[in-house]
Design a protein around this ligand. Structure first.
Ligand code: NAD
Length: 317
């Protein structure tokens, strides 16, 4: 099949492209290579994809530009679109709310329009656990009410879920919204805690911990996320929202312990007040993913951090 992967040079996108290529699909990756983090890292991801020697094309372009999208959709009849391009990150979204809404919501609307015009039947999109806001009920279930986002980023992803429903309802597109839960592993975004902490620990710098370290996250190893995304490509859903987490929470203090063990370095902690926009806990109920996708997350935090640190030491050690 022909796939268009937006955000294909990024962390999750590059792994999704790789898995699709390894299954023999043709993949076009669209990415603007913006400087939210070092574009050199995205270029390195692209080089790894090109080195596979498979059916891969990279297009540098912006999803908020309708003309670029029109051109991209004329390159091939895409069977499916996997839409991962976004401004990611909760805290930075409080600094630049309009940018987050423009890229994530307007960009998604333009992409859906282009997909509709070009008769693409299916689109799989990245949503986020952050849409749950401060959810009193754990684990988080897709049927929980989600009217309390606490960051512009979360609000933008909520809007994307709603837009996806519109395109399913009005145009009959097959739309799957995947709520990712803190994804980590090789190539992880450098702004995210695990990667940032590893870098600071390597350099003997203090690591900033917001709050008392009791905040908990459902860290999902990248290969589990990718297996969930790929399972979505294999059948029709109508419109579904699906959690993809590990269904196991880890406190920040525990995460630091595991990192210390694998890095072989004792962390120096720079305690900071809790940050606006941060939720106290994320915890996925993955029963729906198990039922609809046969999703069965495999990699526990200790093993995942071991693999992440092995990658980190090889590439940035
Ligand atoms: P990432 O920043 O590594 O990847 C996103 C990619 O999109 C980047 O390469 C970026 O250059 C590209 N992009 C951004 N704006 C663009 C634009 N206007 N036009 C074209 N390309 C653009 O982030 P990631 O962690 O791989 O996240 C992928 C998706 O998953 C995002 O939608 C993110 O919101 C979502 N998500 C990620 C996590 C996580 O833990 N990593 C959790 C929940 C949701």
């Amino acid at each position: 099949m022909n796939f268009l992967v937006t955000g294909g040079a990024g962390f999750i996108g590059s792994h999704v492209c790789e898995a699709l290529l390894q299954r023999g699909h043709a993949v076009w990756a669209l990415d603007d290579l913006n400087d939210f983090y070092a574009p050199a890292l995205k270029q390195a991801n692209l080089r790894a994809l090109q080195a596979l020697g498979r059916d891969f094309e990279f297009v540098q372009g912006d999803i908020t530009d309708a003309e670029t999208l029109e051109e991209v959709f004329s390159f091939a009849p895409f069977d499916q679109v996997i839409h991962l391009a976004a401004r990611a990150g909760v805290r930075p979204s409080l600094q630049q709310p309009a940018l987050y809404l423009r890229v994530n919501v307007e960009g998604t609307a333009l992409l859906l329009e282009a997909a509709r015009r070009h008769k693409v039947r299916k689109i799989i999109m990245a949503s986020s656990s952050s849409v749950y806001g401060i959810n009193a009920r754990v684990p988080f279930s897709e049927s929980d009410p989600i009217f309390t986002p606490i960051s512009p980023y979360a609000a933008s992803k909520l809007a994307c879920e709603a837009l996806g429903h519109v395109y399913h309802h009005v145009y009959g597109m097959d739309v799957v919204m995947l709520r990712f839960f803190t994804v980590y592993g090789p190539r992880q975004r450098p702004d995210l805690a695990i990667h940032k902490f590893a870098r600071l620990m390597r350099d003997g710098q203090p690591i900033p911990v917001y709050g008392d370290g009791s905040t908990a996250r459902d860290y999902t190893y990248i290969t589990d996320t990718v297996s969930g995304v790929l399972a979505c490509t294999e059948k029709e859903f109508g419109y579904e929202i699906i959690n993809l987490g590990e269904s196991q929470t880890v406190t920040l203090n525990r995460l630091i312990e595991v990192l210390e063990q694998e890095m072989g370095v004792k962390a120096v902690i720079d305690w900071q007040p809790p940050q606006a926009g941060d939720v106290p806990i994320t915890y996925a109920n993955v029963e729906k993913a198990q039922r609809l996708l046969g999703y069965a997350p495999q990699v526990k935090i200790e093993e995942g951090i071991r693999r992440f640190v092995a990658w980190f030491k090889t590439t940035q050690g």
